[in-house]
Design a binder for this molecule. Structure first.
Ligand code: FES
Ligand code: FES
Length: 163
């Protein structure tokens, strides 16, 4: 017997997307496999690493811990949605490049989402607040300092209006 499919309508990176999904389709699988938004990474698949982070109505969530049906009627921003519409990197993304805030890049989408959510609610975070905001995201490469530097640089550049 085939599994039942449920209709969902979700705003993803500013565009309305509709789909039919099984009840057990995870949000990260829907984003990656149905929408081909593969910037959202899958690491641990049980809520520990943060690689799958996306913003749901402005708050970072683990997309491996949500079902796609739970996103019905909500607004999602993935890492692809952080860049400018013409493809230029955002100030935050560019700051990660500037400070070498990534090596293998596996954690980077989740780090960017956590940082974006922080800067939207707190444009001038302290270093402790930056560390707190990315505290649920694991990075095996950088030692974290360059990521902290990147977020601090982005906050300064945004405050100065430099892009
Ligand atoms: S893959 Fe979701 S938290 Fe690790
Ligand atoms: S840059 Fe490799 S896991 Fe963070």
């Amino acid at each position: 017997m085939s599994e039942a499919l449920y209709p969902i309508a979700v705003e993803v990176n500013g565009a309305q997307r509709t789909s039919h999904v099984t009840a057990r389709t995870s949000l990260v699988d829907w984003l990656r496999e149905h929408l081909h938004l593969t910037g959202t990474h899958i690491g641990c698949e049980h809520g520990i690493c943060g690689a799958c982070s996306v913003m749901l109505d402005g708050e970072p969530v683990r997309s491996c811990l949500m079902y796609a049906v739970q996103a019905d009627g909500h607004r999602i921003v993935t890492v692809e949605g952080l860049a400018h519409p013409d493809g230029r990197l955002s100030v935050l993304q560019d700051s990660f490049c500037e400070t070498h805030g990534l090596q293998c890049g596996y954690c980077t989408p989740g780090m960017l989402i956590a940082a974006q959510a922080l800067l939207e609610r707190n444009p001038r975070p302290t270093e402790a607040e930056i560390r707190g905001a990315i505290g649920g995201n694991l990075c095996r490469c950088t030692g974290y300092q360059q990521i902290v530097d990147a977020i601090a640089l982005a906050a300064r550049r945004m405050a100065e209006g430099t892009t």
